[in-house]
Write a protein that binds this ligand. Structure first.
Ligand code: ZN
Length: 515
């Protein structure tokens, strides 16, 4: 991984703008984390209400994405007050949230990250926390501590797994006090922290340690050539035929509680993972970092084949597998629940189908794409970790602690309210004409996902792009379709099925009336 630091581009004399600059560099690097994972901070001074200088900690707001972040995504806190907490022995999450809220210099600022205390306690000026793939590939192994020491050296502290919050922040602070020369810490089964006296040092340390881990993993990969690749994938046509059977059954079952979109993925890395012989042993262990569970849940559903491995299961058998998954989630919930918990949707977010690929679920194709991106990184981490050791993850109890953690679920509550036709998928014919365009705009504005079809491909693709920009989400797919040609209709429906999982309504607008 290359450092993208350019001295000339760093905003001078403004600690918050410099933090935004650095945070964006980190956020743009997908191998460091995705969609709100990770957080950054800086310490500096700003005038208080009376114009007196006051020490401030700027830390990322909870749930904000480092990619493309702006100054308004950071929370300014009274550092001297927050720091006092390091002297306490215990603090509950509720106390911590309430306390930090009252330390905000700007009452309209976002709620600060759940990892704020860690940023406050460590006295270094700049701190970066990421869920870097390469670091997790080392730290999520049975001998993670020894491996991290061997590959990354002694300047990183090793912190055994603890859920984020007061106790973890204190643990890292105590380790730092024992070794103040440390450049950062690896959090077991969670991620990397680096720090330094300035933003450049902290950033460069992240890049350096991630690069060291990546180089080590690349060497192991070259050595491990010749590993068995498992069963071959189906052809695209065979996979499409299977999806035609499966998707209505899966979408119908999962949508009983709340309608979902389903998107199919079959890129080479996805097929390599679902076809490997290690699939069952790897994908049933747990998340690569607890933060992923917010989008992917703890485990995917791995479609089981019938006893004769060449025969795909029937849609009915697949529905039974989905119900077994939901029942298992309910048992997991009942086993660990506390009075304040309410059960989340028990159905899977990620479905792995050997030979075919991966399905992800969500309210629309933007969300299914987020789930897929996260799980593809998790797949890479599992494969890399299993090459250098035995892949490990948090325990079931630890997973529940994060999956049902009110502070984690809070991030989901930041999503805007859903529109009238959200989660509905329509197909519109004759979309390129004036009336078609008008119908499309109306449906998209009301929240529907839409397949816009017409004779000319360029026209519908351009229309889909315009409408997606209007929606601010990936909710529109443009497909060329001739309503007088059955093959063309089949192809358009297959494209709709792969993008959204199926169709709920049809607007037959193309002029096919014989006069
Ligand atoms: Zn984290």
């Amino acid at each position: 991984m290359r450092s993208r630091w350019h001295v000339s581009a760093v905003p001078a004399n403004n600690p918050l703008e410099a933090l935004v600059f650095r945070s964006r560099l980190i956020g743009e690097e997908e191998r460091l984390g995705l969609f709100g994972g990770g957080n950054t901070s800086t310490k500096g001074e700003a005038p208080d209400l009376l114009g007196q200088p006051q020490a401030i900690l700027w830390v990322k707001g909870s749930g904000a994405d480092l990619k493309g972040c702006e100054a308004r995504h950071f929370s300014p806190l009274r550092l001297e007050v927050v720091r006092q907490l390091s002297g306490r022995a215990h603090m509950s999450d509720e106390e911590m949230v309430a306390f930090l809220e009252r330390c905000l210099v700007d009452p309209k600022a976002p709620r600060p990250s759940v990892e704020t205390l860690l940023h406050a306690f460590i006295p270094e000026r700049d701190i970066d926390h990421t869920h870097a793939d390469a670091i997790l590939s080392l730290a999520n192994t049975h001998h993670g501590e020894a491996l991290v020491r061997k590959v990354l050296g002694k300047q990183l502290l090793w912190i055994p797994y603890l859920q984020p919050g007061f106790a973890l922040s204190k643990r890292v602070f105590e380790a730092y006090r024992r070794q103040p020369s440390a450049q950062g810490a690896v959090l077991e089964k969670h991620g990397l922290i680096t720090w330094g006296p300035d933003g450049r040092t902290s950033y460069v340390r992240t890049i350096r340690y991630v690069s060291m881990a990546e180089r080590f993993l690349a060497r192991q990969r070259r050595r491990a050539r010749g590993v068995a690749h498992g069963r071959p994938a189906h052809s695209h046509a065979e996979a499409t035929a299977l999806l035609r059977q499966y998707l209505p059954a899966i979408r119908g079952t999962i949508s009983r509680r709340r309608k979902v979109c389903l998107t199919s993925w079959d890129s080479p890395d996805v097929l390599a993972f679902v076809n490997t012989k290690q699939l069952l042993s790897l994908a049933r262990i747990g998340p690569a970092t607890p933060d992923h569970m917010l989008r992917t849940k703890r485990l995917p559903l791995i479609m089981e084949r019938s006893s004769r491995s060449s025969v795909a299961v029937s849609p009915q058998a697949l529905v039974r597998q989905l119900e077994r998954y939901a029942a298992a989630h309910q048992r997991y919930f009942l086993k660990y629940r506390q009075p304040e918990h309410a059960m989340q949707d028990p159905y899977p977010r990620v479905i792995l189908i050997p030979g075919v690929g991966m399905l992800t679920t969500g309210k629309d194709a933007t969300e299914t794409a987020m789930v897929a991106a996260i799980y593809r990184h998790a797949m890479a981490i599992m494969r890399e970790a299993s090459r250098v050791g035995r892949y490990t993850s948090v325990s079931e109890r630890q997973a529940f602690g994060v999956e049902y953690w009110p502070l984690e679920l809070y991030k989901l509550s930041l999503a805007p309210r859903e529109a009238e036709l959200a989660r509905e998928v329509g197909l519109l014919t004759g979309a390129a004409g004036g009336i078609g365009r008008g119908i499309a705009e109306l449906l998209v504005d009301r929240g529907a996902s839409l397949v816009v079809t017409d004779l000319r491909r360029q026209e519908v693709e351009a229309l889909a792009q315009t409408l997606s920009r209007r929606a601010g989400r990936q909710r529109v797919l443009g497909v060329a379709m001739d309503v007088t040609d059955e093959r063309s209709i089949e192809r358009a429906y297959d494209a709709a099925m792969r993008a959204f999982g199926g169709i709920d309504f049809l607007v037959s607008n193309a002029g096919i009336a014989s006069v």
